[in-house]
Design a protein around this ligand. Structure first.
Ligand SMILES: CSC[C@H]1O[C@H](OP(=O)(O)O)[C@H](O)[C@@H]1O
Length: 365
């Protein structure tokens, strides 16, 4: 996407041709800063500390992390060590594990002399494929938004989204936001309710920033406002991303997504989830029982960062001394609450049959 007229990806090859430039998302919205990663350890830290986040972007950054490792030491032992280090960064987004397996498969039979070049090429291919898949998601999701707009001619299509599943969560376009960008660019009058998404405020800090930069009308709301808005007919559809979707259509996404899906069901609001194929975990059926939910540090709940009137970035405590805080980072929305899954291959019901109709190669009988 463009940032002040300059094309950017949240992860890209640096100008020197081997380091990896990332946008430091912990600094947004108050500062646009980039970091050049030069080692696999730095790539692992960037994922763990959420300088980069979002399932597809985590996978793409890990892929480049393997390339950095191969540039330093292309041995079998270092390939295995790099993959293991990156696997341990975050447990929920399946794209991380898919990307690392893809890099292993691309490299394990290559000679040590070829490995670094092959790793950078494989990481670049994976990144370009992600961007293309997300643009295709946008085209398929656009048709849904177009259908809603047709039922309310001359009126605004109000869409609620949770967390950040925009271009900042992927290599480009985003997943949940890709149809919104396509609809806005197509001249459809869309407005987005942006859940702030406590505790890390990916909605308030990232979604609001990227939609605003693209000129998409938006209103940031607290996480608990969504049900009220739906009750009062102010939401025409909900669209979110996902970090791992099971073969039967259960959706693991940022904490709070499940509650939005319950409110949507109760109010007859369509609830769509946008995802590229690598976000589907075909080995898992029951998301609630089987998907590991990341528990992040309690300080993310107990502290909040912001900019003072003088422009200083500060972090303050928001809990009583010694108050205990819990911080599960994701929840699972059962398929029964999902209206449809918007993928790069089309839109499917949230069922195993629906997903296999789009990905027949995954049908192992
Ligand atoms: C397109 S995946 C976006 C997905 O990732 C976010 O999690 P996090 O910011 O912790 O990496 C959130 O679940 C988004 O929906």
């Amino acid at each position: 996407m463009l940032v002040n007229g300059v094309p950017w990806r949240p992860v890209q090859l640096a100008g020197n041709g081997w380091a990896v430039t990332i946008i430091d998302q912990t600094k947004l919205p108050h500062a646009f800063e980039t970091v050049d990663l030069t080692t696999v350890e730095e790539a692992a830290h960037a994922i763990r500390a959420m300088l980069v986040r979002g399932a597809p972007l985590i996978g793409a950054t890990a892929a480049y992390g393997v390339a950095l490792a191969m540039r330093a030491d292309p041995s079998d032992d270092n390939l295995a060590a790099a993959i293991e280090m990156l696997r341990k960064t975050r447990p929920t987004a399946v794209n991380l594990f898919w990307a690392l397996e893809r890099m292993r498969a691309a490299l394990h039979n290559r000679s040590v002399e070829e490995r670094a070049g092959a790793a950078y090429a494989a990481a670049a291919d994976l990144a370009d494929e992600d961007a293309a898949m997300n643009e295709a998601i946008g085209e398929h999701g656009l048709e849904i938004i177009r259908g809603i707009a047709a039922k309310k001619p001359g009126e605004t299509v109000n869409i609620l989204t949770h967390c950040n599943a925009g271009w900042l969560a992927t290599v480009d376009w985003g997943t949940a936001l890709s149809p919104i960008y396509k609809a806005h660019d197509d001249g459809i009058d869309v407005h987005v309710w942006v859940d702030e998404t406590r505790p890390r405020n990916q909605g308030a800090s990232l979604t609001a920033w990227e939609l605003g930069a693209h000129g998409v009308p938006l209103t940031v709301v607290v996480d608990n406002a969504g049900g009220h808005l739906m009750q009062h007919g102010q939401v025409d559809m909900v669209i979110t991303g996902t970090d791992r979707t099971t073969r039967r259509g259960d959706v693991c996404n940022k904490i709070g997504t499940y509650l939005k899906a319950l409110a949507a069901k109760d109010n007859g609001v369509p609830f769509y989830v946008a995802l590229p194929g690598p976000t589907i975990d075909w080995q898992v059926a029951d998301g609630v029982a089987e998907i590991p939910i990341e528990e992040r540090h309690a300080d993310e709940v107990g502290r909040i960062s912001g900019r003072t009137e003088s422009g200083e970035i500060v972090t303050i405590d928001v809990l009583p001394e010694n108050a205990k805080a819990g911080n599960p980072a994701f929840d699972v929305t059962p398929a029964r609450l999902v209206t449809g899954l918007i993928t790069e291959r089309g839109v499917a019901p949230a069922t195993e049959e629906g997903l296999l109709s789009l990905y027949p190669e995954k049908n192992n009988g």
